[in-house]
Ligand binder design. Structure first.
Ligand code: ZN
Length: 437
């Protein structure tokens, strides 16, 4: 269990942005023998092969093909991005003898949690070299910026709830007047300033992931939503024994801004990968459609743990707890994809693997959140369940989850890959289990 916890904390520390998260996933996949594909080139795939592909270097799909060739897909999908602040194109600004960064919101964060803490800058640079433009990841990786609060003396009502305007209140200081952020960025990327033609740069919280609590019951870290699920799904794919279906991992960017980008869950990324896999395996007509109809997706994104100081915010019978096991999320309006069949299938797989599960639904008068499962399902439609791990303070710069839950999710997703989910006909499923380890 400690291996899983340490692994997650290390993954988060090394993934300040979606670009870094996908790079780390790619490294782990290649170390496990996965072959990198380019969307730009024809795919040549072989039964028994393992492959991965990225789009925008911020979304990734990995899959392994059984010896028998095309088969139904068993997919775990999560997201690589987290709410943060993005540098505007002209990010330099000065005020009161200080250099500031002109930033804007990416996603819906708890803005107050970003105040008064050391921040840094990371993302990707577009660097012009001999062969044209290329992408280079960058992480300045030192305490570089801070968004200062107003003193209590100038805002006596601050503890009664404070309104923060992102255009006014959320600009970090980065040095004395004249300090140039791009000098620090170019230096840490090891490139000449003049060679930088563009980039996507973000602020991130410099806190490292840490264990917390009298008995180390919790993990406190930035970006637990959704790197905890992305990490667990990677570990599960790499740990699972070979199966008769096509095991797949999807980590999509841009969930926090609605998924509607070329690399988000609302794009062609997944459906085109499925089509190309079928084509490369010389599938017969209708074989892909039949395989997708027999497929199953686990949409993994974190859930709201019961808050000890505000239990009234949660439905009394459908609240969930940190270290209570994997959360199965339901919503009548299908913001979550779970339905009677998919939830039953997933819960049975967890029970077989000895992983506890708990059921979440929002209060009927609180909208809650949404995620990528139903968005992805509008493109590649298949049986799907929405799950996650219970955490506090979702979209804070520092979130908290149960330490035990990391291993629970890895075990649950490993068991998912090792289970043959046989969709017999519409509405009927038979589960075949791999031999117990
Ligand atoms: Zn999320």
């Amino acid at each position: 269990m400690m291996d899983a916890i340490r692994g997650l904390m290390d993954f988060i520390d090394g993934a300040p942005t979606a670009f870094h998260a996908v790079a780390r996933i790619g490294e782990a996949l290649e170390a496990a023998g996965y072959i990198r594909l380019e969307e730009r080139e024809p795919w040549r795939l072989a039964p028994g092969g393992r492959y991965y592909v990225t789009r925008n270097r911020s979304s990734v799909i990995a899959f392994r093909i059984p010896e028998s060739g095309l088969a139904p897909f068993q997919i775990v999908a999560s997201h690589s991005d987290s709410p943060c602040f993005k540098l505007k194109p002209n990010a330099g600004k000065t005020a009161q003898g200080l250099a500031l960064l002109n930033v804007e919101k990416y996603g819906g964060m708890l803005m107050s949690s970003w105040l008064d803490r050391p921040l840094s800058v990371a993302g990707r640079l577009i660097v012009e070299g001999e062969e044209g433009f290329e992408t280079r990841l960058v992480d300045v990786a030192r305490n570089l910026a801070l968004i200062p609060n107003l003193p209590i003396h100038f805002n006596r009502a601050a503890n009664d709830g404070v309104a923060l305007n992102p255009q006014v209140d959320m600009l970090p200081i980065v040095g004395a007047e004249g300090a140039d952020i791009m000098e620090a960025v170019a230096e840490s990327a090891g490139v000449r300033r003049a060679s930088i033609a563009g980039g996507d740069l973000f602020l991130y919280n410099r806190d490292r992931a840490t264990l917390l609590g009298v008995s180390d019951e919790f993990i406190a870290a930035p970006r637990l939503d959704d790197l905890a699920c992305a990490y667990a799904s990677l570990r599960a794919l790499l740990a699972a024994k070979p199966s008769k279906h096509i095991d797949m991992l999807c980590v999509f960017d841009n969930e926090e801004v609605g998924s509607g980008t070329k690399q988000g869950a609302d794009s062609t990324l997944l459906i085109e990968a499925l089509r190309r896999i079928a084509l490369a395996l010389n599938a017969q007509p209708q074989a892909l459609e039949a395989a997708v109809a027999g497929s199953f997706m686990v949409s993994a994104d974190n859930a709201h743990a019961a808050h000890p100081n505000h239990p009234e915010k949660y439905d009394e019978q459908n609240r969930v707890y940190m270290n209570g096991g994997v959360v199965v999320k339901s919503n009548a309006n299908q913001k979550y994809t779970s339905d009677g069949l998919s939830a039953a299938v997933f819960e049975r797989i967890c029970a077989k693997a000895g992983v506890p599960t708990q059921r979440f639904a929002n209060r009927s008068d609180i909208a809650g959140g949404s995620t990528l499962g139903n968005i992805s399902n509008a493109h590649a439609s298949m049986n799907a369940v929405d799950i996650g791990l219970a955490q506090l303070a979702m979209h804070s710069a520092c979130e908290t989850m149960g330490a035990r839950d990391v291993q629970y999710l890895i075990d649950a997703l490993t068991a998912f890959h090792e289970t043959e989910i046989g969709i017999l006909r519409d509405g009927s499923v038979r589960l075949g289990y791999a031999p117990l380890r």
